[in-house]
Design a binder for this molecule. Structure first.
Ligand code: AVJ
Length: 320
């Protein structure tokens, strides 16, 4: 069930969507307009992201999968004794299958903002692992969130793959890590994937692929926003842009107005000049030593890191 946002007697769903509308309107009114990357994941966005993970240019998913395949037994060993495996941003639950076999937890809890997509994926997982008690939690874990009380306090392992933490700037990433550390109650650990800094052409191509799937993924956020906010964005008015900000070590995705654009919604409007942009995503590429020190700052203990030969991606296990 979704987290309780406010208890005023109205349905939680209504409260949640009211908050989302306010958040969206606020972002659109900033001088540098922004839409949180969590809004990329409506049904079509989830499908497009799955397509992205299979693109030749998008190296993170397959590089992480190769690392997890290669070091499967070492990972299973440090995670041994895990009773409850919790995945944040579980999506299609494909990445956790290997851990379900090698770590063999009694229970799996998938957490994701895309509730319906997650529920279907958790159901498939449960069918394929009949001994596993699998459940789905639809939650926006960028806001303050808690696991539902029925998730036992037994030995937990958290799984946060795919470099999803890269959506957060340093301050928020540290906050997330602290929060995850608190969820562990001093036992178990966190297995987390991070995308590492690398050459510019490789990075840019991964976020601006030749087939234009990432462009479609980025533009699709506008139709999701239209349905949540009641706005009148038209995809044809906007161009996809991916650029690397060296100073912050992050990919930025923007939607750039092809010509002057006016956007209206029930409580407001915004005029964009030609080539003004909406910032839709950051994808930080944290250097491994920096990320390890963030884990330490968040309270984690012993860490073990595995990488690929090119040092493009790292999977880290951090003990609580
Ligand atoms: C899901 C946040 C890890 O940053 O690489 C992929 C999202 N955006 N292509 C990433 C994304 C554009 C992805 N994460």
């Amino acid at each position: 069930s979704p987290p309780v946002v406010a208890d005023n007697g109205a349905g939680y769903q209504d409260d949640a969507s009211c908050l989302l509308r306010r958040e969206l309107a606020q972002g659109l009114m900033q001088q540098q307009a922004q839409i949180s990357p969590k809004f990329l994941y409506d049904a079509r966005g989830c499908a497009l992201f799955e397509q992205i993970t299979q693109l030749p240019e998008y190296y993170p998913t397959r590089t992480e999968a190769a690392i997890m395949a290669r070091y499967e037994s070492a990972m299973a060993q440090v995670m041994g004794g895990c009773q409850v495996l919790i995945e944040m941003g579980a999506g299609n639950c494909e990445k956790v299958r290997r851990l379900c076999r090698s770590v063999a937890p009694q229970q799996f809890v998938g957490v994701d903002i895309a509730g319906d997509f997650l529920q279907a994926a958790v159901a498939r997982l449960g069918q394929d692992f009949p001994l596993l008690k699998a459940s789905a939690v639809a939650a926006d874990f960028t806001a303050d969130w808690q696991l539902p009380p029925e998730v036992p306090l037994a030995r937990r392992e958290l799984f946060y793959p795919g470099s999803s933490i890269g959506n957060f700037d340093r301050e928020h990433a540290l906050h997330m890590l602290q929060h995850m550390h608190a969820l562990l109650n001093g036992d178990g650990g966190l297995l987390i994937g991070i995308d590492l800094p690398k050459s510019l052409p490789v990075l840019i191509a991964a976020y601006d692929d030749a087939q234009g799937v990432t462009a479609e993924f980025n533009l699709n956020v506008l139709s999701h926003v239209n349905s949540l906010l009641g706005s009148d964005f038209r995809a044809a008015d906007w161009a996809h842009e991916a650029r690397f900000d060296v100073q912050h070590s992050r990919i930025e995705m923007h939607l750039r107005a092809r010509h002057p654009v006016m956007v209206r919604w029930p409580q407001g409007l915004r005029c964009f000049a030609q080539s003004e942009s909406i910032h839709t995503e950051n994808s930080y590429k944290y250097p491994l030593p920096e990320f390890l020190s963030m884990l330490a700052s968040a309270g984690f203990g012993r860490c073990q890191a595995w990488t690929d030969e090119q040092q493009w991606f790292a999977v880290i296990h951090a003990q609580a």
